[in-house]
Write a protein that binds this ligand. Structure first.
Ligand code: SF4
Ligand code: SF4
Ligand code: SF4
Ligand code: FES
Length: 518
């Protein structure tokens, strides 16, 4: 027998016994879930699937409540959205994890440092340079001059000294530049759009590198006769050999960038002309005197051009600004990071997907470690001290040794964690509720790692192990706020999950259960 009900004013008919979640899905209405798993009994522990049923005071979990004839259900009200967000924030209140590693969070260009380190440790240099160049256009250059803000937050320093992140980036970039076929990113087919970039310094070059990959033609205008900007003018050749800079710039121009020397936007070519000839203009000319800003005709303040901090858009439609023209910069990496972000913003503008929203992803952070927690992080990392290179730059052996010191602070499911996706989607804040976090711990079984601090107590793994008749399986242990998933009789994870470890890892909505190698 079927029942008929309405969800969000749309009628649906489902078999008797179906849940509201199933009825919503039959209509194509997406309701988030965390503790629900197909074929397993509902545990109703997360409450992110709540909906409003007309006539009932409290919201109900759609994964557990059965559809009834004549029901009227709402899944998208403000009350529902607020309740879902609060449920996610409660789950995060005592969560112990770093979605992205501290070093990654501190890198202005948001380079995925731990991934690069694992690839270098494994000798996978082609993969490592691809990881680096996804975010950093000029790594061999920055590897010589960057003050390495990422290393200031490296967790390994709590035991002895930070991993040599900057030197390792330089190592892999040098290996690539010296190879017979240096890394060349794939470029989208030509979009037919043209971008003028005023300034061929770190911000302009980085912007061109990313815009060219998106298929947009780029013309770089610069006052000087050669591209490089402050990298060529302000850094002594002893620190940054011109040959390295030239080789790295060639990796940008080979993607198709045109260079127009001896031409200053504003003074030599009016902004209005550039706007007429190109689909978008990026001003990336570094720190400029007030007269130069006046010549451009863009609004400016004491520090530089006034532009949106997140989109880099100036008040003039289609005109963007990045790098030192916005404010004095102490680090070239910030200019490179600006260039990348401005390129993304310009790409959105050109393709009609322009959004003023900044799309940094949700991230939760452990923060300061408690006494003894560094020991758990050291499991799996090389105990050797920081490598002091014998020469200028690292040898492959030195690079492998230092990369192996990384504690692997980034989350193993940072790209596919359901809790993180949902936190992003509902705009949750990680520390809305001030509850003392759990202790950091890791349990391992060959290939699988269990981090109780990331467990949201959904019970899915316990149910899977029970259904598969694992001899020991998993169970909830402890009381009150100290409940966690454990193995009966204090046995290890390997004895608990002899048959269904894979299924549990795949079904776990967070990285509480994850593959060690991910
Ligand atoms: S389990 Fe999810 S929310 Fe927690 S640290 Fe990992 S990615 Fe972030
Ligand atoms: S130990 Fe590794 S992952 Fe952790 S902060 Fe340092 S470099 Fe980053
Ligand atoms: S470890 Fe088990 S109970 Fe904890 S979040 Fe993962 S599947 Fe759920
Ligand atoms: S309570 Fe329904 S998915 Fe968790």
């Amino acid at each position: 027998m079927n029942v008929r009900l309405r969800i969000d004013n749309r009628e649906v008919e489902v078999p008797e016994g179906a849940t509201l979640l199933e009825a919503a899905r039959a209509l194509g209405i997406a309701i988030p879930t965390l503790c629900h798993a197909e074929g397993l009994p509902p545990s109703t522990s997360c409450m992110v699937c709540v909906v409003k049923v007309k006539g009932r005071d409290a919201l109900v979990p759609s994964c557990a409540v059965r559809a009834e004839d004549g029901m009227e259900v709402e899944s998208e009200t403000e009350e529902v959205a607020a309740a879902r967000k609060a449920a996610v924030e409660l789950l995060l209140s005592d969560h112990v994890g770093d979605c992205v590693a501290p070093c990654h969070a501190l890198c202005p260009a948001r380079m995925e440092i731990p991934r690069m380190l694992r690839q270098i440790a494994a000798g996978a240099y082609a993969d490592a340079i691809a990881t680096v160049k996804r975010d950093i256009a000029l790594p061999a250059t920055l590897g010589r001059i960057c003050p390495a803000p990422c290393e200031k937050g490296c967790r390994r320093a709590a035991r002895d000294a930070a991993v040599s992140i900057c030197l390792l980036k330089r190592f892999v970039a040098d290996v690539d530049l010296e190879s017979s076929a240096p890394y060349r990113p794939a470029c989208a087919p030509p979009s037919g759009k043209k971008v003028a970039i005023a300034g061929a310094g770190p911000a302009g070059l980085a912007a061109a590198y990313h815009l060219l990959q998106a298929g947009h033609a780029c013309t770089l205008f610069d006052a000087l006769g050669e591209p490089g900007g402050m990298l060529r003018r302000k850094i002594e050749p002893g620190r940054l050999p011109p040959a390295v800079l030239d080789a790295e710039i060639a990796r940008v121009t080979e993607l198709g960038a045109q260079f127009v020397p001896g031409t200053r936007a504003g003074a030599d070519v009016p902004l209005a002309e550039l706007r007429g000839r190109f689909d978008a203009v990026l001003i990336a000319a570094g720190e400029l005197p007030a007269e130069a800003f006046e010549a451009l005709g863009l609004p400016f303040g004491p520090r530089g051009i006034l532009a949106d901090k997140k989109t880099f858009a100036t008040p003039e439609s289609g005109v963007f600004a990045a790098g030192g023209v916005l404010r004095p910069l102490r680090m070239a990496v910030r200019a490179v990071a600006d260039g990348k972000e401005a390129a993304r913003s310009i790409d959105r503008f050109l393709t009609g997907r322009y959004s003023m929203a900044h799309d940094e992803r949700f991230s939760t952070h452990i923060g300061k470690l408690r006494e003894g927690e560094i020991d758990a992080f050291m499991t799996g990392a090389s105990p050797a001290p920081r490598v002091v290179p014998a020469g200028d730059g690292m040898t492959p052996e030195e690079a492998a040794a230092d990369a192996a010191r990384c504690l692997r602070c980034d989350c193993r499911k940072q790209h596919d964690c359901a809790l993180r996706h949902l936190a992003d989607a509902c705009g949750a804040r990680a520390h809305r509720y001030k509850i003392e976090r759990r202790a950091f711990a890791q349990l391992r079984r060959p290939g699988v790692i269990y981090e109780p601090g990331k467990c949201i107590l959904c019970g899915i793994c316990i149910a899977i192990a029970e259904e598969a008749r694992e001899p020991l399986g998993l169970t909830f242990v402890g009381r009150g706020f100290n409940v966690r998933v454990g193995v009966p009789l204090n046995a290890g994870l390997a004895e608990a999950l002899t048959k269904v470890a894979d299924r549990c890892v795949r079904a776990c909505p967070t990285a509480a259960l994850a593959y060690d190698a991910d």
